[in-house]
Structures are given as C-alpha cells and as structure tokens.
Design a protein around this ligand. Structure first.
Ligand SMILES: Nc1ncnc2c1ncn2[C@@H]1O[C@H](COP(=O)(O)OP(=O)(O)OP(=O)(O)O)[C@@H](O)[C@H]1O
Length: 324
C-alpha cells in the first residue's frame, strides 16, 4: 500500500498538471475525444504513479476503453497529451509496447493458433521474454502447448491472453476488463495473484474493471470515470481516512434529501438512509441536532462509487423508502 501523503494522486487529480517523469508510468493531460460528435473523453488528466496497482472504474460507456486505447497507441491523441513510460505511444509504438503488457476484454486472439505457437510468436516480439516464466504460467493456467485456442473455453483463451501479456515481464501491465472472460476461481486466484506478482516486482498495473469488490482487493489507487471525465481519484488509505458512510432516519414527509455540508449520494435501504460524507467538510454536530443518526461506518469503494455516480433518489424519499 502506498502512502497517500507521498502520492501525487490526490483527489481531483483531473486538475493536476503532469510532465514526463519516471515516477509516473502513465501521464495523460487534457485528453479529449469524440466519436461522430459524441463526447467519449473530455479533458481527461491522469497520472499513474510507477509501482502502483491503479484501478479505473466507471459505468458502461464512461470512457475507460477509449482512454486505454490512447495508452496503447491504437488511438492517437487529437487533443491533449499522452505519455506511457515516458514515451508517446503513437510516435514510438515499438519502444512503448515492448515494455507494456495488455489484455483486453475482447476475445480477440486468433482461434486457429495453438497455445505453443502463440507463445513462440509473442516471444519473438519481446526482447525481455522470460521463457521459464511462460512455462510456469502454462502450468499455472493449465494450458497445453498443443491445444488450439478454438478448443479452449473463453476463460481458457483469457488465460492464454494473460500469459502472453505478462511473460515478457512488462514494466506496465494494462488490463481492460480482464475478468469478463474469466470464471470466478480464475478471477480470484489467478488474476489477483498475477497482479500482486507483477506489482511486487515494482511494476505498475492499470486495471479497468466493473467489479468494484475486485478493484477494492487489489488496487491501491482508484480513478472514477463518469461521462468521459475523471471525476475523482482516491487511494484506499484516503477512502478510509477521509470519508465515512452515515446511516440515519428521516421523517417520511421530507421532499428532498437535506443539503448537508460534505454529504453526498443519498440512498434508501429498508427504512434507513445512508450517504457518504467527506470528513473534513462534515459538520457532525449540526447533523446530529437535526437528524437521527443510526451509525457511521467506513465508506466502501462500492458505496463511494455509487454515491459519486448515482443521482439522489428524490422520488423514493417522498414515498416509501426503497432500495435505489
Ligand atoms: N469507435 C467508436 N465509435 C463510436 N463511438 C465510440 C467508439 N468507441 C467508443 N465509443 C463511445 O464512446 C463512449 C465511451 O466508450 P468506452 O468503450 O470507452 O466506455 P467504457 O467505459 O470502456 O465502457 P464499457 O465498460 O461498457 O466497455 C461510449 O458512448 C461509446 O459508445
């Protein structure tokens, strides 16, 4: 776990200025992108500190894959600036990609190829390929060199993709929704072990996922994307030291959630209401004088996420409380 005090990724990272610096594996500044007039990325700035496991979370269509496609050079920055391991991935694709491992959610490997051929083909591309590690991963993933990818399950192909993404021991491993093809056992036992192994070596992992529980377990930094923007970046330390979840009860007659300093993301559950609160802005005494506080508890990543992206359920407040 990184010390947030020494980390450059404080909240509202979007406004942080970045320069080419080896202490960041990824630097993005002012990146915008539209497809046929529809905004996919809007003025995105992001700095991923080297040696971290950095989670990128967001709802479907938030812009995660579009951002990642700029990092691997499959999209050129039309507006803004992108540096990966200090280099421009479009100007120097070879220099960047030989040091990067990438696994996408798409089941895109050629199905006619055998596992051994895939390994040999990929090995030829990467000067840092570690054949002993590749053999170890084959065993770990229960992959046989002679098996055709078409004969593997989707999860099997995802494991093959993971193998060739990491056997050259990349300085930066980018995983875009890697779990979608993996079964729960592979997710928990294999993916998490790989992420930790890569990171223990001092390498950086950028991990995009819908599965907040998974992100919570493996990531020490998290950026939240919403509608093409990075709306907040936090660390697990910051989440536990700077936020709480408050649980309270209101009269049924309230027509809108009260506006309380530092409190956001009201949700109803079983007659009780909960919200996230930023501790340095939360006036606990004022709150206690007006509301029946049931409890405060640590704010989970999932609750932080939903509090940031979900609108307040006013309709639910006016009537019978419901799960929102
Ligand atoms: N090649 C493209 N052409 C047109 N629109 C695109 C293209 N790529 C992305 N978009 C649009 O850009 C927006 C962001 O998409 P993106 O795939 O980056 O989101 P995401 O956060 O990765 O979503 P998901 O989690 O569903 O993969 C969406 O509205 C998407 O429809």
């Amino acid at each position: 776990m990184n010390d947030p005090a020494s980390s450059p990724t404080h909240n509202s990272l979007g406004s942080e200025s970045v320069g080419a610096d080896a202490s960041y594996a990824v630097e993005v500044e002012g990146l915008s992108r539209s497809f046929r007039g529809k905004v996919a990325l809007e003025n995105v700035s992001l700095a991923v500190p080297s040696g971290t496991v950095f989670g990128l979370v967001g709802l479907n269509g938030a812009g995660k894959t579009t951002l990642i496609r700029h990092l691997i050079g499959s999209l050129a920055a039309k507006q803004g600036r992108v540096r990966v391991l200090g280099e421009d991935p479009v100007a120097d694709p070879e220099g960047v990609l030989k040091r990067v491992g990438y696994l996408t959610e798409e089941d895109s490997l050629p199905k006619w190829i055998r596992v051994g051929e895939l390994i040999d083909f990929t090995r030829a591309i990467y000067p840092t390929w570690d054949q002993a590690y590749a053999t170890e991963l084959c065993d770990l993933f229960s992959l046989s060199r002679s098996t055709k990818l078409s004969a593997l399950s989707k999860g099997g192909r995802a494991r093959a993709g993971l193998l060739v993404a990491i056997a050259h021991r990349p300085q930066l491993l980018i995983l875009d929704e890697p779990s979608s093809g993996l079964d729960p056992i592979a997710r928990r036992d294999i993916l998490e072990a790989i992420i930790r192994t890569v990171n223990d070596d001092g390498r950086t992992v950028l991990f995009s996922s819908h599965l907040l529980e998974e992100v919570d377990r493996v990531c020490d930094h998290v950026a939240l994307m919403h509608d093409g923007q990075i709306i907040e970046t936090t660390t697990s330390n910051q989440l536990s030291s700077e936020y709480i979840e408050i649980v309270c009860r209101f009269e049924r007659s309230v027509s809108a959630p009260p506006s309380i300093s530092g409190v956001f993301g009201w949700q109803a559950s079983g007659g009780e209401w909960s919200a996230a609160a930023k501790l340095d802005q939360f006036d606990r005494n004022a709150f206690l004088s007006a509301h029946e506080l049931i409890e405060t508890r640590p704010l989970s990543l999932e609750r932080w996420f939903s509090a940031r992206v979900r609108p307040v359920a006013v309709a639910a407040i006016e009537g019978e409380p419901t799960n929102v």
